[in-house]
Design a protein around this ligand. Structure first.
Ligand SMILES: [Zn+2]
Ligand SMILES: [Zn+2]
Length: 246
C-alpha cells in the first residue's frame, strides 16, 4: 500500500442525506505520512473533525469555484484563526489560476480581505504543469464544465497514481488525468447524457465508464452522484467514510 484514499464527502451540488459535499483525502504511507485534501465542500470540515479535533492536513487543492467544492474553506478560516485550529501549521491551499484574487475579493465581501491568506499558504496551479503538494506530484488538467474554469487532478506518490475528475463533462482532460492510474475517482452526476442541452458540464455513468476504459486506469470509483439516481450494483460508488488502500 502506497496511498490511502478516504472519501470525506461524496455529494453532488445538492447534498445527499447525511453526506458532505466534495472532499477526498489522499495520504502517503511512508513516514512521515502526508495528507492532501482534494476539494473542500460544505460538510467536509465537520466530517474531518470527527477524525481529529482539528484537521492536520498538509495541503488542500481545489478543482473549481462551484460552492460544493470549496465552501468549507470559509469556516476553516474561522476555526484556524479564532478557534481550535489556532497554532496548527497552515495548510498549503492550491487554487485555480487567478484564484488568489478571487479569494481576496470574497474575503473583502466578508469584511476581511486577507482572511484566506491568514489561514492558508496560498498557491495557484497552472494547467498541465506539475506541482508538489504534501508529498504528491500533482498535475491539474483542464476539463469541460459549462463555461467555468475547472480542472481535475492527477496525483502520484511512490509510483501510485490517483486521478480525480472534479466536475466534468466528456473531455480530453479526463484521459490525461486517469491514464494508467491505479484509481480513477470520476463523477457520474447525470441519469443520461446531456439532458440539459448546451455546453456539457457533467457525465452520465456510461460516459464515466467510457472515459475510464479509454484511460487504461485499473479501478473506477464513481462519485458526485445524486442519491435519487441509483446505479447498478456492479459499479463501485463512493460513500462518505469509504477508505481505499492503493
Ligand atoms: Zn460539483
Ligand atoms: Zn461544478
Amino acid at each position: 500500500m502506497n496511498v490511502r484514499l478516504t472519501v470525506i464527502g461524496s455529494s453532488p451540488a445538492w447534498p445527499n442525506p447525511g453526506s458532505a459535499q466534495s472532499g477526498y483525502l489522499i495520504e502517503t504511507s511512508a513516514e512521515p505520512r502526508r495528507s492532501l485534501l482534494l476539494d473542500c465542500g460544505p460538510g467536509v470540515l465537520a466530517k474531518l473533525r470527527e477524525r481529529e479535533d482539528w484537521p492536520h492536513v498538509d495541503a488542500i487543492a481545489i478543482t473549481h469555484w462551484h460552492l460544493d467544492h470549496w465552501g468549507d474553506l470559509v469556516p476553516w478560516v474561522w476555526g484556524a484563526t479564532l478557534g481550535p485550529g489556532e497554532g496548527i501549521d497552515k495548510p498549503e491551499l492550491w487554487v485555480p489560476p487567478d484564484g488568489r484574487e478571487m479569494l481576496c475579493a470574497i474575503g473583502g465581501r466578508l469584511g476581511q480581505r486577507e482572511m484566506f491568506e491568514d489561514a492558508f499558504t496560498l498557491r495557484e496551479y497552472v494547467d498541465g504543469v506539475p506541482f508538489t503538494a504534501a508529498g504528491f506530484e500533482v498535475t491539474a488538467h483542464r476539463v469541460l464544465h459549462y463555461q467555468l474554469l475547472a480542472f481535475g487532478f492527477r496525483a502520484s506518490a511512490n509510483g501510485t497514481i490517483v486521478g480525480y475528475s472534479g466536475d466534468s463533462g466528456p473531455s480530453d482532460g479526463l484521459a490525461e488525468i486517469a491514464r494508467s492510474a491505479d484509481l480513477f475517482v470520476c463523477e457520474a452526476t447525470l441519469l443520461a447524457p446531456n439532458p440539459e442541452g448546451g455546453t456539457r458540464g457533467h457525465l452520465a455513468a456510461e460516459e464515466a465508464i467510457a472515459a475510464f476504459e479509454a484511460s487504461g486506469a485499473k479501478r473506477l470509483l464513481l462519485t458526485h452522484r445524486p442519491f435519487e439516481r441509483p446505479l447498478e450494483d456492479s459499479l463501485e460508488l463512493a460513500h462518505d467514510g469509504l477508505e481505499i488502500e492503493i
